[in-house]
Design a protein around this ligand. Structure first.
Ligand SMILES: [Zn+2]
Length: 389
């Protein structure tokens, strides 16, 4: 497959990208003669960037509405409050089998151009080929909610796996101290990847391989976020959405909020979504270079914007194409004339704020199955499987 006449974010001249056997085979100037590929796609005013890496989500929690109605001091206070106040709402979603909920969690990510998601929690058991669900870390919930966390942390059989744990999700002493506890009991000096770190200090950050920043979730719960401007000097910053319990389904909204804080430069925030994450999770993706996995997103270039300004202005409706390991997982209706040679039977139609997308697999059937368990379930209002809005 060749993606022709396309602008890589950060480059000045459009290029042709050739994809072969799931990898980026070569990147050549538009003027050079194309090698033949099975499928040649040509674009006008389109940008491309590596498939996004969402470093924190709970795939099976993405049918919950946002739960919480005040500013909390830490995650334990929030957890206790929602289990008491929203008992019925929680029970209604839990009626839907976890595997179906997790399948929807995958589509939530794919529709936004995420090609790798780090799933926090028990192994999902999903047989999915749509995007990469990264589960090769040891997930501990948190110091306060994970039973026997000290024993699990110091399990010598797991010492080569990174530890993926919520830390410092609060603005109080308890949240600050739990980070010290975690560091103190990391006797095997395992790689720690913290999530949230709202109360994390620079000195604590030194002890972490990386921190996953989830600003939208933090503002919703705590009206405060991690001081990533400072922390970025001491550890790698990655980016995560967390689930819809605490934020929008749409990662682009999370990114716009993150950018508004001005805590990271545009380049740093961009790297949090790709290179920093790929390095931390040791994935052969996260940049557009020869030999990397062909995880690519192509989008319409927003009018009058270039480079990272164009990137951060995007919405899911602007996405023209999502490629994961060289396979087309999603495309916009506008691409249909060029995509006639591919087998369309394996795709289904969905409308995002009125824009028609084709996604791999049967998304309407999944939505139907989920609604059979729970007719009132909250799918995002801007996603519609039947008719254009
Ligand atoms: Zn989480």
């Amino acid at each position: 497959m060749i993606l022709g006449n396309i602008n890589i974010i950060g480059n000045n001249e459009p290029v042709n990208i050739r994809v072969c056997n799931g990898k980026i085979a070569d990147i050549t100037p538009v003027s050079s003669k194309n090698k033949t590929g099975h499928l040649q796609l040509t674009f006008d005013d389109a940008i491309t960037f590596p498939g996004l890496i969402n470093s924190h989500d709970h795939l099976d929690f993405n049918l919950f509405p946002q739960l919480g109605n005040k500013k909390y001091h830490n995650y334990t206070e929030w957890g206790k409050h929602i289990h008491k106040t929203y008992k019925d709402e929680i029970a209604a979603v839990l009626k839907i089998p976890g595997l179906l909920r997790a399948e929807w969690g995958i589509y939530k990510n794919l529709l936004c151009g995420v090609t790798t998601v780090v799933n926090h929690g028990e192994k999902s058991g999903l047989k999915n080929e749509l995007i990469t669900v990264f589960e090769e870390s040891q997930c501990l919930h948190s110091v306060h909610f994970e039973k026997n966390w000290k024993i699990k942390l110091n399990n010598p059989l797991k010492r080569d796996l990174p530890v993926n744990i919520h830390v410092g999700e609060g603005d109080d002493w308890l949240s600050f101290r739990e980070i010290d506890h975690l560091i103190q009991y990391n006797l095997l000096k395992r790689k720690l990847i913290g999530v949230h770190g709202v109360s994390m200090s620079a000195m604590q950050a030194e002890k972490f391989e990386a921190l996953v920043w989830c600003p939208e979730s933090n503002y919703f719960l705590l009206d405060k976020t991690a001081p990533v401007d400072e922390l970025a000097k001491h550890t790698k910053i990655l980016f995560g959405t967390d689930s819809t319990l605490t934020g929008s389904w749409d990662i682009w909204e999370h990114l716009k909020l993150a950018r508004k804080t001005k805590l990271l430069t545009d380049e740093e925030l961009y790297a949090a979504m790709n290179q920093n994450a790929a390095n931390t999770w040791q994935l052969n993706t996260g940049s557009i270079n020869e030999g990397k996995d062909a995880d690519l997103v192509v989008a319409k270039q927003p009018a009058g914007k270039k480079g990272l300004d164009a990137f951060f202005a995007l919405t899911p409706a602007d996405i023209l194409l999502v490629i994961h390991k060289g396979e087309i997982r999603l495309f916009d209706q506008a691409m249909l004339p060029q995509l006639q040679p591919i087998e369309l039977d394996n795709y289904s139609k969905v409308f995002i704020t009125g824009a028609c997308k084709y996604v791999k697999g049967d998304l309407p059937a999944l939505i139907k199955m989920i609604k059979a368990y729970q007719p009132d379930v909250n799918f995002p209002a801007d996603i519609n499987e039947l008719v254009p809005l």
